[in-house]
Design a protein. Structure first.
Length: 79
């Protein structure tokens, strides 16, 4: 019943000549919304499915005697 009332009000406001234009505009809007939603879903799905990047190798430093040692980015606290 509400749908019929809404359609009658729209017909009175816009007239029968503009209804096809309004219908096509609504269809285009729905199509664009569906396309944007599917693109967002695909990008989120691909982001979740890609493996995480491996951590970068530890930086190395050269001591005064020419030896190479690995430095830790954060000091380790061993108890």
């Amino acid at each position: 019943m509400w749908i019929v009332a809404i359609l009658v009000v729209v017909l009175i406001i816009f007239g029968p000549g503009r209804l096809p234009e309004l219908g096509s505009a609504a269809g285009k809007a729905m199509r664009e919304f569906r396309k944007a939603t599917s693109e967002l879903t695909e990008s989120v799905t691909s982001a979740v499915q890609t493996p995480a990047a491996e951590p970068p190798p530890a930086p190395t430093a050269t001591t005064s005697d020419g030896a190479t040692k690995t430095t830790e980015p954060y000091p380790s606290s061993k108890n």
